[in-house]
Write a protein that binds this ligand. Sequence first.
Ligand code: G3I
Length: 425
Amino acid sequence: MAFVTALTVLLAATGSSATPFNRRATDGLNIRAVAAGKQYFGSATDNGELSNSAYLSGLSNTADFGQITPGNSMKWDSIEPSRGSFSYSGGDTIQQLAVKNGQKLRCHTLVWHSQLPNWVSNGGFDNATLISVMKNHITNEMTHYKGKCFHWDVVNEALNEDGTFRSSVFYNTIGPAFIPIAFATAASVDPDAKLYYNDYNTENAGSKSTGAQNIVKLIKQYGAKIDGVGFQSHFIVGSTPSQSAQVSNMNAFVSLGVEVAITELDIRTNTPATSSAVAQQAKDYAATIGACKAVAKCVGVTIWDYTDKYSWIPGVFSGQGSALPWDDNLNKKTDIYNAILNAWGSAPTGGATSSAASSATVAPPASTSAVRSTTTSAAPAATSSAAGPVVAKWGQCGGVNWNGGTVCESGSSCTKFNDYYSQCI
Ligand code: G3I
């Protein structure tokens, strides 16, 4: 009876009809990524979608998503729509959601030729003035988000397909120096943020990848700091670069002294997707996750939203889509989801098998905690204590109704993800 009461309370608190017997809290895309030594598995999101409570629940499930990226609301047209007038409400909503959920925030993006207001692209500024405008934008936005963004996409998509510089107001007015100037400005404002160059079609060897490597060298030659390169990875089913091609390409960047991340992954196909396309798509997802897993300096993977419902693809590529691990109705696509899980490797101790995970719903516990907090850091010598059995790394160590151990084995700390789940990591 007491159990039934506790169950009722839990379901009421979560607002979910999900059974507590599903194993979602101990397994998921992010949990597997972290178990594989990565910093996160994450998703992009956008402000309009957050009013969909089922969507928001799925996005807030830190077992699947340990990181989020604002898809639009930190871009120039959102932040500084007119000169000197800054508007942070949309970006703040997503930043505050990340804090509430205990998720890392990749901030996107400071200098991009697209979603750039007319006052910049057609402003007719001379070299010195545009440099000043760009520096002012970077400084204002990064100051506002200082300490809140663990990554910043400082410059986005500066290259043509042949690896030459793309024509843009920045390149045409300032020349290639706009890139190192942007990075130097960013580093001066928030020295702790990891500063990224981000682009697409740079995921395997070729002219554009070489161009991106030259951008890394250019920034360093100017004496500026670049920490990472983001591979957007907007792939097509059946044309996704092989795992080995992605690994060797990542390593070419790593050898230049930067980390790498997969920043906007989706793998599109003609819709409706055929069963053979889905089978190939599962392999393509596995190749991409496997590549990041294989490269120690690949720090994590972000999908460009998690559900087809809010994917950018159908609006841009007519007749294509079905690119993400959740469908238009927010149902998990088990073939794709399990392909990602399994590509990361085995579940952490105490975690679910991929088939158990596949039966989990998207609805997570509602979190009331503001930030992830470490509650236990002692390294016990014993295998049990007054706090119960010592919990192995990756095991659960706390949460509402948790009756197991709360002390983590040596080398791990009990870290709170939400009121219902803490894990030894
Ligand atoms: O905000 C307006 C709204 O007021 C208007 O009613 C509506 C009508 O179409 O448009 C809204 O703006 C849209 C915006 O997304 C916000 O939803 C734009 O039309 C639409 O073009 C814009 O698309 C975004 C696209 O970047 C623009 O290039 C996508 O959501 C966003 O996912 C996409 O993300 C990019 C990355 O930043 C960089 N890499 C490629 C990736 C995919 O294109």
